[in-house]
Design a protein around this ligand. Sequence first.
Ligand code: SF4
Ligand code: SF4
Ligand code: SF4
Length: 268
Amino acid sequence: MTQSILIDTSKCMGCRACQVACKQWNQLPADKTEFAGTYENPPRVSPVTWMRITFQEEETDKGVKWYFGNQRCMHCTDAACEIVCPVGAIYHSEEGTVNINFNKCIGCNYCAASCPFKVISFNRKTDLPTKCTFCYDRIASGYQPACSTACPTGAITFGERRDLINQASHRVMDLNDNGNSNAMLYGLDELSGTGMLYLLEDVPSHYNLPASPEVPLQARLWGMLFKPLRIFVVLAMALGLWTNYNKTREIKNAVKSQKSSEHTEHNG
Ligand code: SF4
Ligand code: SF4
Ligand code: SF4
């Protein structure tokens, strides 16, 4: 992985300009939601919301402390979604981003079910998975991701991974020296390194991140035992779908012919 995005949560003010920029660039409509007693909106990622700001508030001696998380695909090196995909539709680009090839995807939903961060959504209208693309279309043309260009506080930085780690490590040391012993860099070792790096001011759970994300065991087993046989798995799935389709057609035909004979009897 050569390039990454660093989110410095100590600089985020929860304005959601990044969330809106993601929608604008990717032409995603708004999610219709209802007020649920929190500023957090929408409540989860969806086919039309690929990233969102999470809000957590805590009463402290000095007043309310806000924790703003930035939930989206992490672009994991050890990516469960890629491991389980039976047709190899999910792959790592040369830059290390995790991409989906929609021409290969068969809509089985295994990727969404296996993601340890729960950041792939499944679009029931198109039968396709959706997630943050790392703005692959922009960075391939020399532009920054839309979310990082929109952030007014400089909390989102795109760049060379090595430089970002260097920058974040110094900032963590500063925070530690100033009495914040919980400050940490997240994404360095998690899942062998993630494309998203987070400078956290406190424990990961405050930012909607699992402390120790892992590829689920069943995903590993699936990858080891069944993936070498994936062509047979795909054929079996295709056969299942085809049989199902034929059965449905037979039932529909039977219902149609019964209706037409009832109609003839009635007229006779
Ligand atoms: S966060 Fe989930 S969807 Fe993104 S690369 Fe990792 S496993 Fe795949
Ligand atoms: S990198 Fe692009 S697709 Fe991903 S959250 Fe940012 S704007 Fe959205
Ligand atoms: S645009 Fe920047 S400050 Fe605003 S919510 Fe996003 S990361 Fe936070």
